[in-house]
Write a protein that binds this ligand. Structure first.
Ligand SMILES: *Cc1c(COP(=O)(O)O)cnc(C)c1O
Length: 228
């Protein structure tokens, strides 16, 4: 199927469930992104800062760009003027830098905390107790130019649907607990970004509000990259 048909089909399926589609365009060119845009897609996810800052000026202004890959502190400044959501925050140090750059640009930057749910040593993210530690840190409370809108997680790359579902469920349980303890009167804390091409249906069944779909919209990537 074409990119246009894929976008239309996903939008149809996800909108009825109230789930947002992040079209993951990493490794795909501006022409492919334009095709998805013309099919009505407005939210795109990239995982490399350099690739994102090259593409962003070539594409329409009403695109919401999400950074979904590991972000190095020294690269925050390049995306701070325009990024809509940073979904891969995995330290207080990074959050402080995002806050600093957001302030410089006179804006508030929405973020998700990336939580480690997979059974793999290679994935980035905070452990459950580190999430709580971060939210309890007195310095966190001083950050006025960032907003924590929820959590992001990547499940283990396994054929076991049972394991994947259990990992997504853990993220949802953590989300519920944090909402009660830290974000009670903060309606913007509402997103659980989980699910990719291979496991988005399992993620939605466990309460995902945002799925990040790449290869089943745009086709296979030339190479895979793991972060900025
Ligand atoms: C590449 C990537 C995706 C999309 O993966 P697909 O399997 O192509 O759908 C989702 N989330 C993150 C963090 C990624 O790096």
């Amino acid at each position: 199927m074409s990119i246009t048909e894929n976008i239309k089909q996903y939008k149809n399926e996800l909108e009825s469930k109230g789930v947002q589609l992040i079209a993951v365009s990493k490794n795909h060119d501006v022409k492919s992104i334009s095709e998805a845009y013309l099919a009505g897609q407005r939210i795109f996810g990239e995982n490399l800062v350099q690739e994102l800052v090259e593409k962003q000026p070539q594409l329409p202004n009403d695109i919401e760009w999400h950074l979904i890959g590991h972000l190095q502190t020294n690269k925050v400044k390049y995306i701070a003027p325009f990024i809509s959501l940073i979904s891969s925050v995995d330290s207080l140090k990074l959050l402080k830098e995002i806050n600093k750059q957001a302030l410089k640009n006179n804006r508030i930057i929405d973020c998700l905390l990336q939580v480690y749910i997979a059974d793999e040593a290679t994935k980035y993210g905070l452990e459950f107790d580190e999430v709580v530690e971060l939210l309890r840190d007195p310095e966190f409370k001083t950050l006025q130019n960032i907003r924590i809108c929820g959590l992001m997680g990547i499940a283990t790359n396994t054929a076991s649907e049972k394991q994947i579902s259990a990992e997504f469920e853990e993220l949802k349980v953590l989300f519920n607990g944090l909402q009660q303890s830290f974000f009670k009167n903060q309606p913007y804390f509402k997103e659980i970004s989980m699910g990719m091409s291979s496991d988005y249906e399992l993620a939605i069944a466990q309460g995902s509000t945002m799925v990040r779909i790449g290869s089943s919209i745009f086709g296979k990537r030339k190479q895979t990259t793991n972060g900025a």
